[in-house]
Design a protein around this ligand. Structure first.
Ligand SMILES: [Zn+2]
Ligand SMILES: [Zn+2]
Length: 100
């Protein structure tokens, strides 16, 4: 088996440049990408990243739900804080002018 006979798993016309360590299939430069110091194919990269981020289907959903709610809460807190500052500033200015 010589190197020129190795073709990309996704592209039959393209010559393979790298072998994926996860699925041990050959891919072209376009189909392969680097992930944590390793060169893996697009499908393996997707499975690797989804397992890292999500874990389980239910756990992943809960994770995103918590992320969204915490983000909304942070936004609300920020705007509430910003609003209280904006409300506080003019009154203090007015009080300052009254003192003179
Ligand atoms: Zn692969
Ligand atoms: Zn390819």
């Amino acid at each position: 088996m010589n190197l020129s006979s190795r073709r990309c798993f996704n592209h039959v016309s393209r010559e393979a440049v790298a072998c994926c360590p996860e699925c041990s299939r050959y891919f072209c430069r376009e189909c392969i990408s680097e992930y944590r110091g390793r060169v893996v194919c697009a499908s393996c990269l997707e499975s690797l990243t989804t397992t890292v981020v999500a874990g389980g289907s239910w756990g992943g959903g809960l994770f995103w739900l918590v992320m969204v709610f915490s983000g909304l809460f942070a936004c609300w807190l920020w705007f509430y804080y910003l609003g209280s500052i904006l409300l506080f500033l003019p009154s203090s200015f007015h009080e300052g002018t009254l003192w003179h």
